[in-house]
Design a protein around this ligand. Structure first.
Ligand SMILES: [Zn+2]
Length: 159
């Protein structure tokens, strides 16, 4: 069955996410996180966030987000122990939220159906949903753009 790319995020977690991401940039480099939760055929639900620097203190050292293979062991262990899976990733850009060439070529999770969010302007408040980059990985370095004015079809913030 084709999985629905709809992503549902609790409002409190969503707002905290941007505060944390902005804080973790130090105003100087990208930051990012994996969104963990449950995947069903009808959509994905976010329950928990793990920031890249929690998995690797050097994740932001080059200025852009880089996750080495060694960081994925602790990630999978966390998922296994809590019964969660990676439902999306999110990272900030210093400027607009377009996918960079590196973003397109290096999906954080290279599985078709993986969702990637990009937050513009170092996640400086206010963050507007329609300014976010939101992409679904289709495999073979191809992505579907879910962002823009219709992002609300795929991204649900619930309180
Ligand atoms: Zn990027």
């Amino acid at each position: 069955m084709r999985r629905d790319p709809r992503l549902t995020v609790p409002g409190m977690l969503w707002r905290t996410l941007f505060v944390e991401l902005h804080c973790r940039t130090g105003g100087r480099h990208e930051s990012g996180a994996f969104l963990l939760g449950q995947t069903e055929d009808t959509g994905r639900w976010v329950e928990r966030v793990v920031y890249y620097d929690e998995l690797d203190p050097d994740a932001y050292r080059t200025g852009v987000v880089v996750m080495y293979a060694a960081s994925f062991g602790p990630l999978w262990e966390l998922c296994r122990s809590r019964g969660l899976s990676v439902v999306a990733d999110v990272h900030v850009h210093p400027g607009p939220a377009w996918q960079s060439l590196a973003d397109r070529d290096n999906p954080m999770i290279a599985l078709a159906g993986h969702l990637a969010l990009i937050v513009p302007d170092f996640a400086r408040p206010p963050v507007f949903a329609e300014k976010l980059g939101f992409y679904e990985y289709k495999g073979a370095h191809r992505w579907r753009n879910l962002g823009g004015r219709w992002i609300g079809r795929y991204l649900h913030i619930v309180d």
